[in-house]
Design a binder for this molecule. Structure first.
Ligand code: UDP
Ligand code: MG
Length: 335
């Protein structure tokens, strides 16, 4: 088992026999999608104007994914793969792919063909026009449940309002990044990675290519509701401290309500001695209300402190159990 340190080891400009393009695809139990993915991506690789490599990152799959990656690598040396020692999550898998990609332009995309590989040609076109980040922006999500679409719609708009950087709405991790941007991302040490935010954070010239998001080609969605929620909270907390300020506001609002109630009670005592306002219900509601405000504030604080804790601990981002096609890189154990 190989510990992957936080340092970057992408050898970017080191060598001229590096491929011009890298396509990075995280795979987690995607045995039903891999053959079709390979077929479509390799067609795209052939129509690109330079060499390309396909880097597949097995995120601790329990199905035949890993053995399929081994076979693909055997039969086509342009395919390289990494295999995590356990499931570390999608964002970490993409991060590993970026560490090991060597192209001058790096494309990241999903394995389930919701991101059409053919769009890569358009992304590349814009890169050649001089953009350093070309992200694919979804115009429509086919066959995703109403609830998921609604939540995604709301979330991206809230994030856009709250975040310190301009994170475009409806963009996923399907994008093309220039080597300069990839090197910067690789140098970012943070553990909870929200790549589409970090990508916006670095700046440079960025542009969008619009596309319709296809339905999943095969298999089940791997992003459970819990994982999606974690990603959303991570996006918010990583790119905004406004939630912290929100606790201050909630405190102020509670204080204002308390003051108002005090005034009312004094008024009633003085001028309407017959009113019977106080009672168990009032007190119970006040106690629950204050308790709720305090717990929410502690929760918000906890989100930030948890992130500090994770970063301070400084554990490796991921552990690699196996890799194929990276013999010419320094041995991963030395990282
Ligand atoms: N994925 C992963 N690790 C995980 C979950 C998902 O590498 O723990 C990969 C998955 O194989 C796919 C991509 O992330 O290539 C997107 O997952 P999915 O299609 O399930 O999510 P969606 O974004 O479509 O909701
Ligand atoms: Mg998908």
């Amino acid at each position: 088992m190989i510990g992957q340190s936080r340092s970057s080891q992408s050898g970017g400009s080191r060598c001229s026999d590096f491929p011009k393009y890298s396509i990075v695809v995280p795979v987690y139990n995607e045995e039903a999608n891999i053959p079709e993915l390979y077929r479509r991506v390799s067609r795209v690789m052939e129509s690109l104007d330079g060499d390309a490599e396909l880097i597949l990152i097995d995120d601790g799959s329990g199905d035949r994914t890993l053995s399929m990656l081994r076979d693909l690598h055997q039969q086509d040396p342009r395919v390289r793969y990494l295999s995590f020692a356990r499931n570390f999550g999608h964002q970490t898998a993409v991060t590993a792919g970026l560490h090991f990609a060597r192209g001058k332009a790096v494309v990241t995309m999903d394995a389930d063909l919701q991101d059409p590989p053919e769009l890569i040609l358009q992304l590349v076109e814009r890169w050649q026009e001089g953009y350093q980040v070309v992200y694919a922006q979804r115009t429509r999500r086919k066959q995703e449940g109403l609830l998921k679409r609604g939540l995604a719609y709301g979330f991206y708009r809230i994030l856009r309002k709250l975040a310190d950087v301009d994170i475009p709405t409806d963009t996923g991790d399907f994008c093309l990044m220039d080597r300069a941007v990839v090197n910067l991302l690789n140098r970012m040490p943070e553990r909870n990675r929200y790549i589409r935010g970090l990508r916006a954070w670095v700046g440079f010239r960025q542009t969008a290519v619009l596309f319709d998001r296809d339905p999943r080609f095969a298999g089940e969605v791997k992003y459970t509701f819990r994982k999606s929620l974690a990603l959303a909270i991570n996006g918010l907390v990583s790119f905004s401290i406004i939630p912290l300020r929100l606790s201050t506001y909630m405190g102020m609002a509670a204080a204002a309500i308390a003051l108002l109630m005090m005034g009312l009670v004094v008024y009633w005592r003085l001028f309407e001695p017959n009113s019977r306002l106080t009672g168990f219900a009032t007190i119970a509601i006040a106690v629950f209300f204050l308790g709720a405000v305090q717990l929410i504030c502690i929760g918000i604080l906890g989100e930030y402190i948890g992130r500090i804790y994770e970063d301070v601990r400084g554990r490796p981002l991921y552990t690699l159990a196996e890799a194929g096609g990276f013999e010419d890189l320094p041995h991963p154990q030395s990282f």
